[in-house]
Design a binder for this molecule. Structure first.
Ligand code: GDP
Length: 365
């Protein structure tokens, strides 16, 4: 899963990104740690893994991961080539969701590009750039479709959708608000990879003082919450500066620090959880002496496709899955005890994998 971080200059994106990559660097164990200076890989916090690993005396623990892409350079006029211009927009096309950082902290030492703190205005500025960029995509698509549409019913139908979508965006609206019951249209809509069609999580960047009540007394945060609720997005409150400090601490220091601030978990952990939830993702687990590991799947994934996350051979040669709920396994103390109690299910290809399933796949090679 890949998340793109966007926001106007000086709102705290780099600070947030740095804390993410530092936190990520701490929890090693995955193969693609440093792909690119703009990409950070972070582990999805999951307490179940450690406990399972203890039970199996696993040599290695591998968490699920999320990739964050720092998409700097989004400024007013970006779609017209200002700032880093359109190049960065190409980078966001491939992300699964967007984390939109908005400034909700007042600080006379940090200049705001538009002179004052106003998160809704900032959100609209960024959205407009995304809309412009999507319009370009649509226009290109329209000119490709127009000719063929004269004697091809399917293309004519697509062209009609494209024109409707274009009018929608020209109205200043995001593609995510555009709905259709038609299956073809739905499939096309998804295939265009429009930026404004991607799920958005707002990260309201507040000062340290606003953390304790989760931004409730900060009117900027309230405005963002209202905006997000109206637009089907999630909001989480973060203090990027504090996150950067936290990311430099080890686990014990981190818990103490959070306790002092009256917090249960860090903003990053909240962000990761929020994105997981937003994208409808869950984790199933595999456990053994060599490795205990979490695997990311979409809610509703069936056993063979879940197995395919491990290896395509597992999916192709799938025979069955031996499944035990994580908590049951832990309560029983061992796999064989869980089996004796009849808590290990033998599941076939139609089984829908659940969050926290501990699975052993049987397959033909
Ligand atoms: P970017 O341009 O969006 O990447 O913003 P930066 O992360 O570079 O932050 C811009 C400035 O704001 C830096 O001087 C940061 O130290 C400062 N900053 C970032 N987050 C916070 C925050 O939560 N509170 C305060 N007071 N300053 C912050």
């Amino acid at each position: 899963m890949k998340l793109g971080i966007v926001g106007l200059p000086n709102v705290g994106k780099s600070t947030l990104f740095n804390s993410l990559t530092k936190a990520g660097a701490e929890s090693a164990n995955y193969p693609f740690c440093t792909i690119d200076p703009n990409v950070g890989v972070v582990a999805v916090p999951d307490a179940r893994l450690g406990l399972l690993a203890d039970m199996y005396h696993s040599a290695k623990v591998t968490p699920a991961v999320i990739e964050f892409v720092d998409i700097a350079g989004l400024v007013k006029g970006a779609s017209k080539g200002e700032g880093l211009g359109n190049q960065f927009l190409a980078n966001i096309r491939e992300v699964d969701a967007i984390v939109h950082v908005v400034r909700c902290f007042e600080d006379p030492n940090v200049i705001h590009v538009d002179g004052s703190v106003d998160p809704i205005r900032d959100i609209e500025t960024i959205n407009l750039e995304l809309i412009f960029s999507d319009l370009e995509i649509l226009e290109r698509r329209i000119s490709k479709t127009v000719r063929g549409a004269r004697n091809d019913k399917t293309l004519a139908k697509e062209l009609e959708l494209l024109n409707r979508l274009k009018a929608w965006l020209e109205d200043g609206k995001m593609a995510s608000g555009f709905t259709t019951d038609d299956e073809d249209e739905q499939a096309w809509l998804t295939s265009y990879n429009l930026l404004t069609y991607k799920p958005v999580i707002f990260a309201a960047n507040v000062s340290e003082d606003d953390l304790a009540d989760d931004g409730a007394s900060n009117p900027h945060v309230e405005a963002v919450r209202k905006y997000a609720a109206e637009n089907g997005s999630e909001v989480f409150v973060i203090c990027a500066q504090i996150e950067e400090e936290i990311s430099e601490l080890d686990d014990d220091e981190k818990s103490m620090f959070l306790e002092d601030l009256g917090l249960k978990e860090s903003g990053l952990d909240k962000l990761i959880r929020a994105s997981y939830h937003l994208l409808g993702l869950i984790s199933y687990l595999t456990a053994g002496e060599t490795e205990t590991r979490a695997w990311t799947i979409t809610r509703g994934t069936k056993a063979p496709q879940a197995a395919g996350k491990i290896h395509s051979d597992f999916e192709r040669g799938f025979i069955r899955a031996e499944v035990v709920n994580y908590q049951d396994l832990l309560d029983c103390g061992s796999y064989s005890a869980a089996k004796e109690k009849g808590l290990v299910g033998l599941e076939g290809k139609d089984y829908v994998v659940k969050d926290g399933d501990v699975i052993l796949f049987r397959f033909n090679v």
